[in-house]
Write a protein that binds this ligand. Structure first.
Ligand SMILES: *Cc1c(COP(=O)(O)O)cnc(C)c1O
Length: 368
């Protein structure tokens, strides 16, 4: 029986493994490990990719989001207890960043078809304390539209993108990571653009914000041994920047391949028990996330047929122990429905076009 792993980083990185090794050696031999040329070069390349003016390399995606919110606090734009609207079915890191900054997450239900924030619901959640909408391009499908843009403008809200899953995604409004006021990016190894460890970045067109984020990520220094702010240590290091410069050369083909796989799944999966995600040519398909009522049985069937799968995410944030008190009183039926039925199938460069046809055929043979 053929086996289709859910993900294999060993296989996906194979085409550039030697280049990664050479780049790592180069950094080691240079003797310069933090705040150097590699980070600078990566920041430039990333700003180019997102078509925005500034990119600041940081330690990971969660820190990128935390630093954006802290920087807005430093700039006097947000203060303790201000509210941030965020989709209820996002990854927990989005909400951790909000609460870590002393802000109040206001969870809003997704649209079940896109599984992204339902932008039509934003307005009714706005209060005098609402300062921002954190839009999440979940599974790589951009979440940005004219409604979001209008509501943000009319209510003077910041738009912050959680671009962890959508690096390289195109929308009619521009590239993700450059759509709103600022974006947090993650280069965790399983993301479409992955480092060889943890890494992240803030992208923005806001010069003041970029400057404060850079200071906060480096102990709050605006110059050496001069601490303007009570900062953190959230820097990106040279080795990871060097890895990312190599991986970035493959991002376009990585995303294209995922789009091809998604298009095969979209055309060929016709099983009435399966709900497919909305097809979008500009998406990065960080996940190809189906919905199935009988999820456990379906996953067992896939496993029996050699197909790996995963669930992102099985437990909604308001049901997590750490948020039970703060957010657990509300009910989010659409979010719960998605969490109970969603299942990701293999959709990365370790899966060939032939594999995708075969996986679609296996899924079509599933019976309850
Ligand atoms: C991965 C991810 C993050 C966090 O990024 P890390 O680099 O793992 O800290 C945040 N939001 C979303 C949607 C993610 O997928």
């Amino acid at each position: 029986m053929m086996r289709y792993e859910f993900l294999s980083l060993k296989t996906t990185t194979a085409p550039y493994r030697d280049a990664l090794k050479r780049a790592a050696c180069e950094v080691i031999e240079s003797g310069w490990f933090v705040n150097g040329e590699k980070v600078k070069a990566f920041e430039e390349a990333l700003a180019n990719l997102c078509k925005c003016r500034y990119a600041v390399g940081v330690s990971n995606g969660l820190d990128a989001l935390r630093l954006i919110l802290r920087a807005y606090n430093e700039l006097g734009v947000m203060t303790d207890g201000d509210e941030v609207i965020v989709p209820a079915n996002t990854y927990i890191a989005t909400v951790l960043a909000i609460t870590d900054s002393g802000l109040k997450p206001v969870l809003v239900e997704p649209d079940v078809r896109t599984m992204n924030l339902d932008t039509a619901l934003i307005e009714r959640h706005i209060t005098p304390r609402t300062k921002a909408v954190m839009t999440v391009h979940l599974y790589g499908l951009p979440c940005y539209d004219a409604t979001l843009e209008r509501v943000a403008r009319e209510h003077s809200l910041l738009v912050i993108e959680d671009n962890a899953q959508a690096i390289g995604a195109c929308t009619p409004f521009g590239m993700t990571g450059g759509l709103g006021n600022a974006a947090g990016n993650s280069f965790y190894p399983t993301k479409n653009l992955g480092a060889v460890g943890d890494a992240g970045a803030v992208t923005t067109n806001d010069e003041a914000l970029a400057k404060v984020v850079r200071e906060l990520a480096n102990y709050g220094c605006d110059r050496r041994y001069h601490n303007l702010r009570q900062g953190l240590n959230c820097r990106l290091d040279e080795i990871q920047a060097a890895m990312l410069l190599v991986a970035m050369q493959h991002l376009e083909s990585i995303n294209k391949h995922r789009q091809q796989l998604a298009s095969i799944y979209d055309n060929e999966i016709v099983n009435p028990l399966i709900i497919k995600p909305l097809f979008n040519e500009g998406a990065t398909y960080h996940q190809y996330a189906l919905r199935v009522e009988s999820r456990d049985a379906f996953r067992q069937y896939l496993a029996d047929n050699g197909v790996g799968s995963d669930v992102l995410y099985p437990t909604p944030i308001h049901r997590q122990p750490c948020y039970a008190e703060q957010l657990g009183k509300h009910s989010y039926p659409l979010t719960e429905k998605i969490c109970n039925t969603v299942v990701s199938i293999p959709c990365a460069s370790h899966i060939s076009i032939t594999d995708a046809h075969a996986i679609a055929a296996i899924i079509n043979r599933y019976k309850q």
